[in-house]
Write a protein that binds this ligand. Structure first.
Ligand SMILES: NC(=O)c1ccc[n+]([C@@H]2O[C@H](COP(=O)([O-])OP(=O)(O)OC[C@H]3O[C@@H](n4cnc5c(N)ncnc54)[C@H](OP(=O)(O)O)[C@@H]3O)[C@@H](O)[C@H]2O)c1
Length: 276
């Protein structure tokens, strides 16, 4: 079993350095995936109201048999539930679906600037943290300007900003801005979402030199940048690979070669695209 480092957060809590992504898995798939992943050493499971699989994630967590305090679950408020009262209601549904007393990390899924409700939504998250229903609160797909607005209007900085981040979209400025504000950067789509990135030459070359798989190189690259990936896999051998990134180190030359893959985002642009 792999021991995954715990990353300190600005609220005194911690975040597992690699988590397990669950997007596109249904309740049944995710239930067994969580149990099997926990056996490998995964301690963080990433879901969202929008993934419609919180029930399976929660059942998997209970079935894993691990002490509750050793395991973490992240969930997210979807766009259509933004607003103060709406978010409190949405959280109760999330908590009920998960079947857990508290949620470790609760994020605003997308900023949706056109709605201009993310500050009210953030106030609801602060309230949930104060009541103990949520341990850590954060955001996803937020820009520096949006994070600064949260801080200036509420005095509370997010613990986490979960953003698209992989060798084709390294987000150096946003990572630096997050770090300056004490916000931990978490990486979604770390493997390039299974869309061919892993075959690229710099990843293949580093993988051959290090004796690991290209996916491990991509995840290690993210980790060495000071960000924390949440890869998804339906396959137990790949899940093992994706967690096993702590006993090799990429050289500066390998890090730089991988950065040349920069070609832009694969997912939606949070400044203009909307997701409810
Ligand atoms: N906050 C947000 O807005 C947001 C957006 C997107 C995703 N997320 C979260 O981030 C998680 C990860 O992102 P993602 O699922 O989009 O993409 P990803 O983790 O980058 O890529 C998943 C793809 O990579 C393949 N894969 C996994 N491990 C592999 C390995 N070792 N070697 C080769 N291929 C491998 C998977 O196939 P197999 O399953 O067949 O192994 C799948 O096709 C999501 O599951 C979700 O929890 C958050």
């Amino acid at each position: 079993m792999i021991n995954v480092p715990r990353i300190p957060l600005n609220d005194g809590n911690w975040l597992s350095a690699v988590g397990f992504g669950t997007w596109m898995m249904n309740d049944e798939q995710v239930r067994s995936a969580v149990v099997e992943s926990a056996q490998l050493g995964y301690r963080l499971f990433d879901t969202a109201a929008r993934y419609h699989n919180e029930t399976g994630v929660g059942q998997g967590i209970v079935s894993s048999g691990l002490p509750r305090e050793d395991i973490q679950v992240t969930s997210k408020v979807r766009g259509g539930d933004q607003g103060y009262e709406e978010t409190l209601r949405a959280f109760e549904a999330t908590r009920r679906n998960l079947g857990l007393e508290y949620v470790d990390c609760y994020l605003i899924h997308w900023p949706l600037p056109r709605l201009d409700l993310y500050v009210e939504t953030w106030k609801a998250l602060i309230h949930l943290r104060e009541t103990g229903a949520v341990r850590s609160i954060g955001v996803s797909n937020f820009s520096t300007e949006q994070i600064d607005r949260l801080i200036s209007e509420t005095g509370v900085a997010p613990a986490v900003n979960q953003i698209e981040l992989h060798p084709m979209f390294g987000q150096p400025q946003l990572r630096a801005d997050n770090a300056e504000r004490g916000v931990v950067t978490q990486s979604w789509g770390p493997l390039g979402r299974g869309e061919g990135m892993l075959e690229a030459e710099p990843l293949a070359a580093a993988a051959a030199a290090q004796g690991v798989a290209p996916a491990q190189v991509a995840l290690r690259w993210i980790y060495q940048l000071g960000a924390y990936p949440i890869p998804k896999s339906g396959d137990q051998v790949r899940r093992q690979q994706n967690l096993d990134i702590f006993d090799f180190e990429l050289t500066e030359t390998e890090m730089a070669a991988i950065a040349t893959l920069e070609s832009g985002r694969l997912g939606k642009d949070p400044a203009v695209d909307e997701e409810f």
